[in-house]
Write a protein that binds this ligand. Structure first.
Ligand code: PEP
Ligand code: MG
Length: 891
């Protein structure tokens, strides 16, 4: 039978591969075992598997005798390794073994689950700890920390209760900070804490160390299903059935005086990717003190301290030996894992201990730089570099940054915790941030410090500003992971929650006021600051070049303005996959002619209005074809229901009536006649072309005249791809293809030149997919319109889904929003089938996708599997698609 508990450190060896398998022992457990294996100083411990968590959460039953026996045996392993006994109260012995109990899922979920430190302390063992450490104060401080943490995490008591008691104790003694508390003060506080706990619980605080241990194990398992963990999993696509492992490890103490310390570090700068050790530490502090943001941490290296003009010494200066050992560990770990590592360490009376290592979270900028640098350093190859960058993370780099030349009204400058710039309305709590963002407002979440409960507010916000906390505070780590700009440790910020207002320095602001953050410099500015376009050369350009070498599918863009075309080309687009011509109809200069066309009583009236639109539409295409310089351009003929263009307000009706010379009443009657009950399934797409052929004639003429004009100027020959939307039958396409062919022949005869062109269709209705074999007889290309194909296959309105989709995804009815990530199981079948049937009829048929899924990495993977020729995405998502297509091709 497979084991449920694996020991590590203290000489533990296993030939069972499960002992280092992240899916079994979690990421933290696997890495602790790995580090111990390569000879790094890891306090001994053991890991209870994720499988035990899953079965505990499913069955809710008590733990089996078999598991209890395995845990007892593993505890003996730790006892033997450190030479102390769990629950040992003998003051003349070696001292009691104390352990930490921590979560550790397959992937790291920073701060989302629970931890208990100093477990094993009670009224008797605290005496033993005092005697063996020779430090009464330390022993009683440890005990009160344990009661506080255990009461909060395991017993569910309000931690505010204990904090209040501590504040009162300090006030009574006239102390300003915790460091002034003496041994006897902590001892008194422990008594008070126990009284408080007993009052709340109705029974005494647990003294039995074994009971303490199982309580903590249970709490860690339970924390897998805490609200914040669930939100984090949803945002990061982490399945709920993975469960977390539990790591029980001998405690080492960073709070045993001035030769002890605790810290967190990255082997490279996680914000910029620069190859410099980067971290924070605190002298005489325990575990969570660094990340909790209560004391402002010190710098790791002398250079970093000097650059920040900080007064307290760096670790390099204060503890040169431990620092040198740590630096050697950094190098070893990078060479071993071939990736940047995020490390937790403790120095106990001069001795370095490694508590954790994992592949570090990083900004997109840092991810790019590290991937490119590590190829240069020979640590990894190009393919690994391509695989290592999350395509969606590129989004962070592709968005505008603050214009360096714009004036800035700087309110304060604090820590640059997560790069990028953001402007928005100040909002002081996470629920309100979410509410305002849902109403379409851009918000900046401003908090004293964030906790894992703020995750929804951070996600809803454009950026985050915190008054406390360092570069590794919760706010900083989570913001970097989410790609939100963040400025932390802004001591000049003071918040008055009661008045919903704040001061930054001496400037008074209130909730709703606009501010701008620059997470790359740490600046906080009043009002909005103009932004500029991002830099696309450098590491970004290098990685993109590598990706381009390895991808098979082309990447086009969905664009209809010359600006969008230029932007997309700069991002590397290789053509237009979808030009939605209707967007050109909304232009202020043209909407009157469009309305006149729609509301005309007869064909003659429509043709009069269309004649006004022709030169405009032709000019659009001239610009687009010129910008795209010979690259393929798919132009879709008019698609949406006509009523979308109709006047809404009385003044608009009046203006149009005067323009066309008919009465307002007449126009309103015509508009009513156009009303549809179900416009998405109504008079739209190719149905417009069938019933009002003159509309498609005008558009086809504009396309061919423009193509001739651009080609005659000696530009690269344009090969227009004319696309007919919402086709369901071969006959529809046959009629409209002949219409386009006829117009092309007319234009070529008039212009005295012939150009190549293609006519094809969108596959966006289930019937079209099923009948693709027949439709391909008329179509030179298919473009999968997966927005409509999803809508019509699922019978879910893409415009109304927002009202009910969230619970659908939460309950796992759909694994993801099917309008964001293609429903491969359902809609995907239709795509696959249409591709096969289309190719069977016409082996050289061009196949692409132009729905929103064309910019979504998971959907792109599917497109590669089906063998599409290209994907098409909005301009900002073109680089994402390039990288995702390369990753898909690499498999
Ligand atoms: C589609 O339906 O997928 C598509 C690209 O067209 P539109 O979004 O314009 O309906
Ligand atoms: Mg569509």
């Amino acid at each position: 039978m497979a084991k449920s508990v694996y020991t590590f450190g203290g000489g533990a060896v296993h030939d069972d591969p499960r002992a280092k398998d992240k899916t079994i022992v979690g990421g933290k457990g696997a890495n602790l075992a790995e580090m111990a294996g390569i000879g790094l100083p890891v306090p001994p411990g053991f890991t209870i598997t994720t499988e035990e968590c899953v079965s505990y959460l499913q069955q809710g039953a008590d733990f089996s005798a078999a598991l209890r026996a395995e845990v007892a045996e593993a505890l003996t392993h730790i006892e033997r390794a450190v030479g102390k006994k769990f629950g040992d109260a003998d003051p003349s012995g070696a001292g009691p073994l104390l352990v930490s109990v921590r979560s550790g899922a397959r992937v790291s979920m920073p701060g989302m689950m629970d931890t208990v430190l100093n477990l094993g302390l009670n009224d008797a063992t605290v005496q033993g700890l005092a005697a063996t450490s020779g430090d009464e104060r330390f022993a009683w401080d440890s005990y009160r920390r344990f009661i506080q943490m255990y009461s909060d995490v395991v017993l569910g008591l309000d931690h505010g209760l204990f904090e209040e008691a501590l504040e009162i104790a300090k006030e009574d003694h006239g102390y300003l900070s915790d460091t002034e508390m003496l041994a006897e003060d902590w001892q008194e506080l422990v008594a008070e804490y126990k009284r408080l706990a007993e009052g709340e619980l109705g029974h005494p605080f647990p003294q039995d160390v074994t009971e303490q241990l199982w309580g903590a194990i249970r709490a860690v398992f339970d924390s897998w299903d805490s609200d914040r963990a669930k939100v984090y999993r949803r945002l990061n696509d982490i399945p709920g059935d993975w469960g977390t492992a539990v790591n029980v490890q001998a405690m080492v103490f960073g709070n045993m005086g001035d030769t002890s310390a605790t810290g967190v570090a990255f082997t490279r700068d996680p914000a910029t990717g620069e190859r410099s050790y980067y971290g924070e530490w605190l002298v005489n502090a325990q575990g969570e003190d660094v990340v909790a943001g209560i004391r402002t941490p010190q710098y790791l290296t002398r250079d970093a301290r000097l650059a920040a003009k900080a007064e307290l010494p760096s670790m390099e200066e204060a503890m040169p030996e431990a620092y040198a050992e740590l630096a050697a560990v950094f190098d070893l770990l990078e060479r071993h894992y071939r990736d940047m590592q995020d490390i937790e360490f403790t120095v106990e009376r001069g001795k370095l201990w490694m508590l954790q290592t994992r592949s570090g979270k990083r900004t997109a900028k840092a991810a790019l730089r590290m991937a490119v640098d590590m190829v240069g350093e020979g640590l990894i190859d190009e393919v690994t570099a391509i695989r290592r960058v999350d395509p969606m993370a590129l989004d962070q780099l592709l968005h505008p940054m603050l214009d360096p030349d714009a004036p800035r009204d700087v309110l304060t400058t604090a820590l640059p915790a997560s790069p990028g710039a953001a402007s928005g309305k100040i909002v002081l709590d996470s629920d309100l941030a979410e509410k305002w963002a849902n109403n379409g407002d851009k918000v900046i979440l401003v908090r004293v410090e964030t906790s894992p409960e703020d995750i929804h507010g951070m996600h809803a916000a454009q950026g985050i500003l915190t008054a406390r906390g360092g570069m590794t505070s919760h706010a900083a780590v989570v913001a970097r992971g989410m790609g939100r700009p963040c400025v932390s440790g802004a001591a000049a910020v003071s918040i008055d929650m009661g008045a919903r207002s704040l001061k930054i320095g001496d400037r008074a602001l209130k909730e709703g006021d606009l501010i701008t953050l620059d997470g790359s410099t740490g600046q906080v500015m009043a009002g909005l600051v103009p932004m500029i376009e991002p830099e696309l050369a450098g590491d970004f350009g290098t990685l993109m070049q590598w990706a381009d070498k390895h991808r098979r599918m082309k990447v086009r863009t969905n664009a209809e303005t010359p600006e969008d075309c230029r932007m997309a080309l700069a991002f590397g687009a290789e053509g237009i996959g979808l030009c939605r011509t209707e967007h050109m109809f909304f232009d202020a200069g043209r909407i009157m002619a469009v309305r006149e066309m729609i509301l005309a009583d007869d064909e003659a009236g429509r043709r009069r209005a269309l004649a006004k639109l022709l030169p405009e539409q032709r000019a659009d295409f001239v610009e687009i074809f010129t910008a795209m310089a010979g690259l393929p351009c798919t132009i879709r003929l008019l698609d949406p229901p006509l009523h979308e263009f109709l006047p809404q307000r009385d003044e608009e009706f009046a203006e149009l009536a005067a323009d066309v010379g008919v009465s307002v009443e007449h126009l309103k009657r015509r508009a009513e006649e156009l009303h549809e009950f179900n416009p998405m399934l109504g008079h739209r797409g190719c149905r417009l072309g069938i019933t009002f052929p003159e509309i498609y004639e005008m558009q086809a003429r504009a396309i061919f005249e423009a193509a001739c004009a651009v080609s005659s100027k000696g530009g690269d020959p344009v090969v227009p791809e004319v696309m007919i939307p919402l086709v369901a039958t071969r006959k529809e396409l046959e009629i409209l293809r002949s219409l386009v062919d006829r117009v092309a022949a007319e234009v070529f005869a008039e212009q005295g030149r012939t150009l190549e062109y293609l006519v094809g269709t969108m596959i966006e209705l289930p019937r079209a997919a099923l009948m693709a074999g027949e439709i391909a007889e008329e179509a030179r290309f298919f473009s999968f319109g997966t927005n409509d194909l999803t809508q019509t296959t699922l019978g879910v309105s893409r415009d109304d889904a927002g009202r009910f989709l969230a619970p659908y995804v939460e309950q796992g009815i759909y694994p993801r929003d099917p309008f964001v990530t293609l429903d491969v199981d359902g809609v995907g079948q239709l795509v696959r089938l249409a591709a096969e049937r289309g190719r069977a009829t016409r082996p050289d048929i061009k196949l692409g996708i132009c729905g929103e899924h064309g910019g979504d990495p998971a959907s792109i993977r599917f497109c590669e599997e089906v063998g599409l020729d290209y994907v098409s995405a909005s301009p900002y998502r073109v680089p994402i698609a390039r990288l995702a297509a390369a990753q898909a091709a690499l498999g």
